[in-house]
Structure formats: structure tokens, C-alpha cells
Design a protein around this ligand. Sequence first.
Ligand SMILES: [Ca+2]
Ligand SMILES: [Ca+2]
Ligand SMILES: [Ca+2]
Length: 460
Amino acid sequence: MNRIRIILFTLSFPLLLFSFCNIYAQEDQPSSNGGDGGESIVLSDPKLKTELVASGLDFPTTMAFLGPDDFLILEKAGLVKRVTNGAVLDKPLLQVDVSVKDERGLLGIALSEKKNFNANNGTSIKNNDISHNVFLYYVICKEKNTGCENRIYRYDLDNKNNVLINPKLLLSVPSFPDPAHIGGIIDIGPDNNLYATIGNFQHTIPSEIYRTKTQNYEDGEPVDGRAGVLRITQDGKPVGNGILGSEYPLNLYYAYGVKNSFGIDFDPVTKKLWLTENGPKFGDEINLAEPGFNSGSDKIFGIWRVNEEGKKLQANGNGDGGGGGEYVTVGNNPKDLVYFGGKGHYSPPEFIWDKSTPPTAVLFLDSKNLGAQYQNDMFVGSVDGQIFHFDLNDNRTGLLLKGVLEDKIATDDTEFGDILFAEGFSIITDLKQGPDGNLYVVSGLKQSKSENLGAVYRIK
Ligand SMILES: [Ca+2]
Ligand SMILES: [Ca+2]
Ligand SMILES: [Ca+2]
């Protein structure tokens, strides 16, 4: 196949700005298992192969399956599209007037099947074509980049007419000061509640300092929904009395102290939540998040304390970037974090990328389709187009790591050997398991007008 020139935008999450770089990549058959040593897709397991499922999408952010070879996919600029047997339907199911500045946009989707929808009493809807509830997470602004809110809506999917109807606002969180660290991932948990990642809306070096208690400032501003994982019912209500407290919106938090997460998933065996977190220019994380988990942001990233500028703090009191000396590291429940009367708890990450490899989606694959050795394992995508693969330990409380990774830290890419499963995608914005048991990859950006970019791939 012809060589193509790929112009790749990359998102610089730590700086919260779009940066632009040219990457000249060659791509042989998209379905090939790499092997040319270039920047085409390469899988580390020669028994697996990659197939292109759909292409021509404009910065797809996430997907959700309706059935075999049938899924919804979001474009960051506000379109919900349906892809059936590899064909993208011409007409979007919904177009939302979202803010797209920096990390804002149409970012999250989750589905629940509408069972017995004929019993949909209490409303005037008598539409037998409604097959699913569709939950969407997006950012809207009253005026250009002011009065912005991160919102979750529930829609009905009219499966026959291919439209999303009956929007119901479930959650709204004020989104300021920056168009950054938005989070935006939603998922339905084993408890049938809706989980959402919401970042701290703040550049690493803030343009305007805004500090709340869920960012671990005890004397900070009141809790407002940022910097954590929120949990609500499918009707938008708090679940029970709340984990950290009963006051709104503290009662929505499942986890906090999370700077920005682009990935959550539930272990199919233990039903526990795992999340990825983006650090500043270091200290990206994978965490097992028990209820009330405090990830330590804005004071700790990876295992390292940070100074006011978000740089690693050294024992001599200096920030990273001069002076030498040891970094200040922390263990469980350091004193100066916020614990909401003992209801929260801090623990260090289960895995750390020291040099920033911004992790995105996380997926537990519970099928044997890629081989029994992958069943129930964890896969993590990255901004740099890699997929990492992890085995869990016997009681599934941590990852099985060997050699240079036994310290739970990948210092840089020289330590990726055992965990690198695939590389050569564009920004990986989502990983999903299809109804066919295969691994689907949303490769985010539209890299070329004519080629297979802004695409969905299947690994089988
Ligand atoms: Ca953490
Ligand atoms: Ca395994
Ligand atoms: Ca290491």
C-alpha cells in the first residue's frame, strides 16, 4: 500500500494547549502487524492482527457498542455518529453546540439498554423504537469561553430514526478557570450507577489559582465537583448518603484528588474501579480506586511531592530543575492532605510513568478472543499512540511487574519492553471490548484528509 504522510496533532495535556508537530509516518496495510520498523501500527504479539473498522472521523473521542458491528462514536466538535458494518451513517444522530477550546468538547458516552421500554409510564413517550438510554458528557459555554459548564445528559436513542431525543440534564459542574483538565470519561459501573471523571480545570501552572478541598487544600474553596470521579444514578441523583459526606456536591464523589483522568474501567472479577491519571510533566498514574480514594493531587503526583509550580519537590526544598538532591516521596495517608473526617484515604499509584506518557483509556478485556493469556488483563492507551498491557496479581489489588518495573515505575521508554502491547496509533482516546470479544481502539485525530485517520481499529 502507498506510503502516506501523516500530519499528527498531539495534545500536550500537561501544558493544556494544543501543540503541533509533524510526524512523517509510513503505513503499510493498516491490517498488517507492523514489522517495517517505521511508525505504522505494530503489535508486540505476532499472533494478533489489526484491522481498520472505520475511518474519516474528525477527532473521535469515545465509542459505545449497540451491537455487533454497530456502535456510536463521538467527535470532539459535538457530533454523535453511528457506524454500522464499517459505514459511518451520513447524518449524525445529534449535534451539540459544545465548546471545543483545548480539551473541551463532546467527550464521554455510556449506554444502557432500555428494558421493557413499553413500561415507560410517567412520561408521554410511547416510542417503541427507543432502544437505549445514551449518556453524554460535554462542555457548553454561555458565551464564548465564559460561563462554561461540564454537563452530563441522558438521551433516548430512537433506534429506527437514528436520533437522540428527550435530553435530560443529570449533572452540571462549573468549568473554570481554564479550558484544561476536563476529564470527560463516563461509564456505567457494576452497580448500574454512572461514573464520570472531572479534572481540576486548571493549567499546571495556573493562569488563575483556584483551589478547592478536593484538590487537597484544607482551607480551600468549597467543593464544586472538580478533581475527582463522581458517581450518580442514571437519573442524576446522589447514590445513598455519599462516601465523603452528605452535602451536595461532596456526596457525589467516589474519588478525589484526581488532577485529570481520561480512563476508568471496572475489573470484571473484583468489580473494583481502576483509573488512569495525568500528572504534570511527570508522574502519570494507574490507580486502583476504592470508594473514597484520594489520589493526592494537587500536592502529590506519582510518589513525589510537588512545589507551588507543580514541579517535583527536592529534600533541600527546591523544585525540580536545579540544586540536585533527593526528591520528597510519600507513602500512605500523608498528614497534609484532606481526608474529609477520615472518610477519604490516600494510597500511592499501582503504576507510574515517570516521564510523561499521558495515559488515556483503560480497559479490562474479559474475553479470551486475543488468547487466554489476555483474559481479564488490563490495557491502557496513551496520547502517544501506544497500548500498554498489564497482568494483575493473584488477588487483583495490583499489577504483576518484573525486572526494571518491579519498582512500579517506568522511568522512560527504555523500560517499556514488558508492557508495550502496541504502538503507532494516533492519540488513543478510547479502548473498548466489542460484542465479538475483540479489542477496539479509537485513534483520535484526523491525521489526513484521505487516509485512514481519525479511525477505529480492531485488534483480533
Ligand atoms: Ca496519585
Ligand atoms: Ca494475562
Ligand atoms: Ca523502573
